[in-house]
Design a protein around this ligand. Sequence first.
Ligand SMILES: C[S@@+](CC[C@H](N)C(=O)[O-])C[C@H]1O[C@@H](n2cnc3c(N)ncnc32)[C@H](O)[C@@H]1O
Length: 378
Amino acid sequence: MKTQNQSVSSNKSLDNQEKQKFFFVLGRNPQLSRTEILEFLKARNRTHEEILFDENLLIIQVNAGERFNIQEFGGTIHLGQINFEGEMEKLKNHLNQNEIIPSDKFSYAIHGNLDPQILQDKFKKEHKKASQKHGQKLLEFQGGEKGKNPKADFHIFLHEKDGIIYLGTSTQTYDPTEVKKRDMQKPIRREALAISPRLSKILINLSGAKPHDKLLDPFCGIGSILQEALIKKINVHGIDKEKEATTDAEKNLRWLTQEYNIQTKYTIINEDSRRAPDLQFNAIATETPLGKLLTKKPSDNQAKQLIQNFEAYMIPILKHLKKIKKPSSKIAITFPVIRNLHVDTQKITEKAGLKIYMQPILESRQDQFISRDILVLI
Ligand SMILES: C[S@@+](CC[C@H](N)C(=O)[O-])C[C@H]1O[C@@H](n2cnc3c(N)ncnc32)[C@H](O)[C@@H]1O
């Protein structure tokens, strides 16, 4: 009996290059996670074509031999190669001829919209002790809908779109342990203010930063974004006008470079971002300040005022950032959303002489009255 991998038939596209397809099961903000992957590939000039994007499922076609490392991304939960693609009759044949899971006793979870009965029947026929895991409300999507991300030995992608069924088994699952460890063990933590490693990775990938590039975080705080960028072998510059933040960022980055034996360079400056040095940065990734920490829900008027103050504060800073980056370099940035009031992105981008490269994508949690728009400027 063949294993599933042996049955892969790579397809040839018009440019005659062998192709293969990968599926991605995306996390709580599918639109943001999808863009993260596409921008990651674009920044590296890796040929790719989006085949399908359905709820939190994405399929991308790339050149044969291309590989992914799930830990590079902030927003992907599982990924693997598509091993079968075709209509139902062909799927039945494929399942008759190929082993999907090379084990006699296992648990599995299905990601996709196709009725899993066909797999249940197959495993039964093969006398395998296979239990399907469904999971309970483990994933909360943007907007509050609940999704499932069951724990299982194998994650199977089984999805149908426009009469074509795609099948694959996950080869990589996001492992949060290492990321959590470096987030929890770093010398200085600032829970109320610091951005998560997940969002840090996403911003870095959206900024197009690659290994050996020079990335700037002009509001670096205690260095959460810088930390994730250093792990990706990106040279980082952090600026913060608060002395304590820069001392803390220094401590965190010194710890990180020792702990992970990182040779990549970092510089932290205690300065106002309006005076950030002109190093013609390759990328900027940052989480902007709101001005003051909100402890209770502001009124509509207060929210309006906060947003207006934010806009006025950011324009001169963005103007300066434009001067100190390469013309093609991107700024991946968060703007606050308070009580559903958004920053006038168009207005402040124009006033700063920049352009919107990626329209805002909302990143919110149900229990918070401050959310973020994530966008990319150029
Ligand atoms: C939301 S926090 C960033 C937190 C950071 N991502 C972290 O993980 O710690 C914003 C930071 O911007 C800094 N800041 C505000 N205005 C600034 C300016 N004009 N120049 C430099 N830093 C500034 C604040 O001191 C604060 O540390």
